[in-house]
Write a new protein. Structure first.
Length: 180
């Protein structure tokens, strides 16, 4: 019988392995610095283009995208659909680069520059395509992510779907706010 203590011990052992690998191979490597630079550049680009008058609304959309990306990441890595081979920080899973920065930041721009559903669906499709068929294959080629039992189309479909849901939620919240 598996006990909670056995699971806790396994988690501690796994963290020790991840930390040892991170210290030996990941932190301060050229790949690590590349991701740090990508994060910094993404924040500079996105926040310089962000409409400050709609900041709260756009940030709500980005926050919903971040939460959905983290949930997807946890689900996918826990069910061995993919695994992270290189990490910015030594956590399991390691969602920071992909889920809390890159994906939400660029989706915030899609949201901002799409005044109606037609343009949003078009640009959402473009960005979901870049993520699913460009970004994740590049991460895989760089040995940052290993796709185990998943497909690039899956990344496309999940990101596209969650962005549609996030936009619907934000528009619903904004409509409710205007009524009151």
């Amino acid at each position: 019988m598996v006990t909670s203590e056995m699971i806790r011990q396994a988690k501690m052992t796994m963290h020790e392995y991840v930390l040892a690998k991170w210290l030996a191979e990941d932190v301060f490597s050229p790949k690590w610095w590349g991701f740090v630079a990508l994060i910094i550049v993404s924040y500079i680009i996105c926040f310089s283009l962000l409409d400050k008058r709609r900041f709260t609304q756009i940030l709500l959309f980005g926050s919903l995208m971040a939460v959905s990306s983290v949930v997807i990441s946890i689900f996918g890595s826990n069910f061995n659909l993919w695994s992270y081979k290189s990490r910015i920080v030594p956590t399991i899973p390691s969602p920071f680069v992909y889920d809390l920065t890159i994906i939400p930041l660029y989706y915030m721009l899609v949201y901002q520059y799409s005044p109606n559903w037609k343009s949003f669906l078009m640009w959402n499709g473009v960005l979901a395509g870049i993520i699913g068929f460009g970004y994740f294959p590049a991460l895989s080629a760089l040995k940052v992510v290993s796709i185990e039992n998943w497909s690039y189309f899956g990344f496309f479909a999940v990101n596209f779907s969650f962005a549609v849901i996030a936009r619907a939620v934000v528009l619903g919240v904004m409509a409710s706010e205007r009524k009151h």
